[in-house]
Design a protein around this ligand. Structure first.
Ligand code: EPZ
Length: 426
């Protein structure tokens, strides 16, 4: 397996092109199953997870073509055509590797009237059940059985709109039910729905296909079912987690980096914190400029939560920054129960972190030291790369597979702004 080698100490200067959002692109791909007309997605990121979703959709009979962007910063364009859904079986081997595969359930029942989708099981960051998804589909009239680790769902005469209130504003459940409801009979009201920008992007994509949806970006989404949806050409939103990661990279290494194509609106919680700890963030006409001098940042507490609160997907990266801050910070994780796997690895680099339940207390140190490290989740892995940017000596990040799932050409983007980073092929 490939590894990444980082030599700490270089300041960053230049520009980084921000890719399309993984967690929107995957859902748009799944939602292309809702129409028999071609769908064209622009600004697609080139990631292992996108390839995994492509494999799954091809098993259902979706015809796919990708036009590659040639240079760094040029994205892919993908054409998906689900003229007929030939199979509605999502096998364990694919769903186990990428939980987002479970998002085909809503579109498959809506379009095909039945589906057999593997339960995802637990994963590195927690148990991650799918009970809200299943209860919601049952409330819409689907018959659901769990057979040998599979969800066997059917709604032969179609789904019916109803009101569903989620116990927690789950991103995946909101999106699965939104994609199920667009072709249902009557009105579906989703209460305590996710407000995440990617969920809004999916909603806007569905509206562009002819769906009737209101309330996107609020906690109550109303969907009036339509008879059919049409094909569409749509650009995936910029990746706010990739954007936030490079903002933190600049804050940790020092320097001046323009994130081309980035939006500030989806990263307000992080930007507010970065400004408080002494990093400047400014909108430019091409994206966002981040500037930080070489002085250690101040320590600041953070608690993760659902949008617009600070995202759990930036918690590990922010913790890497706090390991070298001046003072002590408390980082509370409220979304997933087991999302501190980066802590022992950061400790190998000399970080001082104590974990008690969902709370990590980080006491900043003057210097981190490079070490061989690895993590089992993509955001945790990238936090180790960020720590490596500022650590003395060399850090080797193992299991680069995790990074390739969610960060497009990470080492090229960082070396393009002056970081000493390279991929070591196995
Ligand atoms: C999405 O996961 C993202 N994944 C995650 O990003 C992200 O961390 C998460 O939302 C929160 O923002 C994708 O979009 C592909 P949830 P999702 O349903 O939809 C509990 C990354 O690194 N819950 O909002 O799975 C659940 O266990 C990934 O890109 C139930 O109890 O997240 C968790 O504690 C990691 N029952 C909480 O809700 C359910 O039926 C939030 O999960 C559903 C969820």
């Amino acid at each position: 397996m490939d590894r990444i080698r980082v030599k700490g100490g270089a300041r960053l200067k230049g520009e980084i092109a921000i890719s399309g959002a993984k967690n929107s692109a995957l859902k748009l791909m799944a939602a292309s199953l809702l129409t028999d007309e071609p769908v064209t997605l622009r600004n697609m990121p080139r990631l292992a997870d996108i390839a995994a979703m492509s494999d799954l959709l091809m098993q259902f009979g979706v015809n796919m073509n990708v036009r590659r962007g040639a240079a760094l910063g040029q994205s892919d364009t993908m054409r998906l055509h689900a003229a007929n859904v030939e199979s509605a079986f999502a096998p364990y081997d694919i769903v186990r590797k990428m939980r987002a595969s479970f998002q085909v359930l809503g579109p498959l029942i809506a379009r095909h009237g039945e589906a057999r989708v593997s339960l995802p099981g637990g994963c590195a960051i927690g148990a991650r059940p799918v009970d809200f998804h299943l209860k919601g589909l049952e409330a819409m009239g689907a018959a659901i059985e769990l057979v040998d680790g599979y969800v066997v769902a059917s709604a032969k005469t179609g789904l019916k709109g109803t009101t569903i209130e989620f116990p927690f504003a789950s991103v995946g459940a909101t999106e699965n039910l939104m994609t199920a409801a667009v072709l249902a009979k009557g009105r579906t009201v989703l209460k305590n729905a996710a407000r995440e920008p990617e969920t809004q992007d999916l909603g806007n994509f569905l509206i562009a296909m002819g769906a009737m949806i209101s309330g996107l970006g609020t906690s109550q989404i109303v969907i009036d079912g339509v008879e059919r949806l049409s094909g569409v050409m749509y650009s995936v939103m910029p990746d706010r987690i990739e954007t936030g990661t490079y903002m933190i990279a600049t804050a940790i290494a020092g320097g001046e980096v323009e994130l081309v194509g980035a939006l500030t609106s989806s990263n307000q919680a992080l930007i507010g914190l970065l400004e408080k700890i002494g990093t400047e963030v400014k909108e430019t006409n091409r994206g966002v400029m981040v500037y930080r001098n070489g002085i250690r940042p101040n320590a600041m507490d953070v608690t993760t939560g659902v949008f617009p609160v600070f995202p759990t997907d930036l918690q590990a990266q922010y913790m890497a920054l706090m390991t070298i801050a001046n003072g002590t910070s408390r980082i509370k994780e409220t979304v997933f129960e087991n999302r501190f796997m980066h802590v022992p690895e950061l400790a190998r680099m000399g970080a001082d972190i104590q974990v008690h339940g969902d709370l990590a207390t980080v006491t900043g140190v003057e210097k981190l030291k490079g070490a061989p490290v690895m993590a089992t989740d993509l955001r945790a892995s990238v936090s180790l790369v960020l720590a490596g940017l500022v650590a003395e000596g060399e850090t080797i990040v193992n299991r680069v597979y995790h990074l390739d799932r969610g960060f497009e050409r990470l080492e090229e983007k960082l070396s393009g702004v002056g970081a000493e980073i390279e991929r070591l092929a196995s």
